[in-house]
Structures are given as structure tokens and as C-alpha cells.
Design a protein around this ligand. Structure first.
Ligand SMILES: *Cc1c(COP(=O)(O)O)cnc(C)c1O
Length: 358
């Protein structure tokens, strides 16, 4: 089975080998040391500001998003949130559910945030800004510089979901001026799902200490306190954290975040080059390296997904809702190489030759 989903994604042999072992007991100095190293490596790879800390939330990326919303914002805030796809919309729903006053910048799905979208919100007394740097559902990467300068100008507390873009697209937490950066184990970290690391700047920690933490399990103050000694308040996804440790070390040893990002960029570009003559329209609006968004012409995208899965043992990533019939996505994160791309493209060509692609 060849997996081109955008998470979970294929893992390397080392990560898989760890997954085949028993899970060790974790209230030990050995595990604490691994956790402190995980924290150090993540801060380095994300270019986190000095004295930033990491909370390792057990749960998928959404748990990380919600922990960040609950733990760093409250009813005194006025948040601005970008809804450019299903993940942006998820932030909107969280803000509503947690009664945090907010306004929504609703984009036409499939378009990138631009200066004009922000103009009406300059100098309007907002306190916080939430955005998914990569809106994975649309295959779009927003402009970090645009976001960073808007937030700096307006003094906004910035929460960035980089769940699919971290290690796939360039990210510099300090340069963008983010206070909270959220990622997930099953995207470009290429580990099993189960851990959502959240990087917190000193400004974020000041908020966490001030704001009442409404949820015990996702209490960031408690997580930070335990994290000082490399521990978590409750049993974490121990196995996934050991896999993250191996993966982060391997990335550090082979040139760091920049090298990993350019590896993913090459895989993405190779795929995009190989399919130019197929009857599929690539979305060219500010594409993320993590994923390619493809529209079909006169055929069902859902059907292509099914045929690839059932007859070629290849998974691509179907879209939900209104787009399900018209588009699908191909992920480039995880343990992929040009040979994988060649197999996928050969299958797509065969589907096309059989007249299934319109
Ligand atoms: C995958 C993803 C998430 C989290 O999804 P989970 O299923 O909860 O892991 C959040 N935001 C973005 C941008 C994502 O790509």
C-alpha cells in the first residue's frame, strides 16, 4: 500500500522499528531526558524565540489547537481568525464554543489571504490572531510575512497552526512573531498520530499563568510545570514521543529544518512536473509543499480515489463536502521518494487511459 494521504503518512524504518517494541515505563530520568531533548530540538527546528517552551499534548492536532485556544485566550480577548478552509473553520468553532469574542475573516475557499483581506481590521482593538499557516484542506500556504507584519503592527497575540506545514514549508517562529505554534506527530514529523507539540513563547506563558485553565486534561499551566523536569501531568503517548525523538535527531543530523523542507519541496515539484499533461488541474495559488490540490474535469474525483485504492493499492487524499466529487489531494510529506511518485503517476496515467478521468 502506497500512502499519499496528508496524515498519517509513511514513516521511515527507524520510526517503524520503534513502533514494534514494547512501551517503556516513563516516570524515569531516561524518559525525562528524551522529553527535554524533544523540547530543545523542536524549538531549534522552529526557530522559537529564546526561553520558549514546548507542551506535548496527547491527542491529534485538534487537541493541540483546542488546548492553545482554551489556555491562552479568554473572554477579555477580541480575536481575529482566518477561515480559509476546514481547518480555519475549526478554529472558528473552538472560539465560539469557548465563548471567546471573535470576528472571522472568511476567505473564498481556494484563495490565499491577501493584504486587502486584512485592511478592514487594522487598528480596531483586536488582541489576538489565529491562522493555519498551511490550510491543508485547500493545499494553500499563507504568506508568513503578511501575517507577521499585520500582527506586529496591531500588537496581536499570534497563534499559528503549522500542523501540516512544519518541516514541509519554511517556518521561523521568531520572524513571524508567533506566540503559539502548534504541530502534530502524524504530518511532516512522519510518526504515528497521538502527539500535538505546542511551542509557547514567553508572552504565551505569561498568558497561561494569568488565564484560568478551564480543562484539566489540556491544562497548559500544569503541562508547563511538569515539563520543567521532562514529564507530563498524565500518561503521554510514550511510544510516539520516542519515535518523535528518533525522527528529530535524524532531521538535525541531516541538515536541519531547511534540508528537510527542501527534500519535501523536491518531492512535491517532481510530482507536479510529472502530471502537467494529465487532465487534472493543479491549484497554483500559493501551494504548500505538503500537498497538491487537484481538480478533475469531467469525472468524479471520489471515483478516482476509490479506483486507486481498490485496484492499484494507492491512497490519495479525498476531499470532503462539496469538493468531494470535483477534487482530491496528493500529500508529499512522510517517507516518499521519486520512485513513489513514478508509481502514482503511472497509476494515474492508467486510470486516464481507461477513460476514467474524463
Ligand atoms: C491535520 C491538520 C490538523 C489536525 O487534524 P487532526 O486530525 O486533529 O490531527 C489541524 N490543522 C491542520 C492545518 C492540519 O493539516
Amino acid at each position: 500500500m502506497l500512502n499519499f494521504a496528508v496524515g498519517p503518512v509513511p514513516s521511515n524504518d527507524q520510526v517503524r522499528a520503534i513502533g514494534s517494541q514494547d512501551i517503556p515505563y516513563f516516570r524515569t530520568k531516561e524518559f525525562s531526558e528524551i522529553m527535554l531533548q524533544n523540547e530543545r530540538m523542536l524549538c531549534g527546528l522552529a526557530h522559537a524565540p529564546k526561553d520558549s517552551r514546548v507542551c506535548f499534548i496527547s491527542g491529534s492536532g485538534t487537541a493541540g489547537m483546542e488546548a492553545a485556544v482554551m489556555g491562552t485566550l479568554d473572554r477579555q480577548d477580541r480575536a481575529l481568525v482566518v477561515d480559509g478552509g476546514s481547518f480555519g473553520h475549526r478554529f472558528v468553532e473552538m472560539l465560539s464554543r469557548h465563548h471567546i469574542p471573535h470576528d472571522v475573516i472568511k476567505l473564498v475557499y481556494g484563495t490565499a489571504l491577501c493584504e486587502g483581506d486584512l485592511l478592514p481590521y487594522e487598528d480596531k482593538g483586536y488582541t489576538a490572531f489565529l491562522i493555519n499557516l498551511g490550510e491543508t484542506s485547500q493545499g494553500i500556504l499563507y504568506d508568513a510575512e503578511l501575517i507577521g507584519s499585520f500582527c506586529a503592527r496591531n500588537g496581536l497575540f499570534l497563534i499559528v497552526d503549522t500542523i501540516s506545514s512544519f518541516l514541509a514549508d519554511p517556518f521561523d517562529m521568531e520572524a513571524i512573531g508567533a506566540d503559539v505554534m502548534i504541530t502534530g506527530s502524524q504530518k511532516a514529523l512522519a510518526c504515528p498520530p497521538g502527539v500535538a507539540p505546542i511551542i509557547l513563547s514567553p508572552v504565551a506563558m505569561e498568558r497561561i499563568n494569568r488565564i484560568e485553565q478551564p480543562c484539566m486534561y489540556l491544562d497548559l499551566r500544569l503541562a508547563l510545570e511538569n515539563g520543567k523536569r521532562g514529564q507530563t501531568p498524565f500518561t503521554p503517548a510514550v511510544g510516539t514521543l520516542l519515535q518523535i525523538y528518533a525522527r528529530l535527531q535524524a532531521i538535525e543530523d541531516s541538515g536541519g529544518a531547511a534540508a528537510e523542507v527542501s527534500r519535501v519541496a523536491r518531492i512535491a515539484q517532481n510530482f507536479r512536473d510529472l502530471i502537467v499533461d494529465l487532465p487534472l488541474d493543479q491549484r497554483l495559488t500559493s501551494p504548500s509543499n505538503a500537498v497538491t490540490y487537484l481538480s478533475t474535469r469531467d469525472c468524479s474525483a471520489r471515483k478516482i480515489f476509490e479506483v486507486l485504492k481498490d485496484e492499484y493499492e494507492i491512497w490519495v487524499c479525498p476531499n470532503g463536502g462539496a469538493s468531494a466529487e470535483k477534487s482530491f489531494r496528493v500529500g508529499h510529506i512522510g517517507e516518499h521518494d521519486f520512485a513513489d511518485n513514478a508509481l502514482l503517476v503511472a497509476a494515474l496515467r492508467d486510470v486516464c487511459r481507461r477513460g476514467l478521468m474524463g
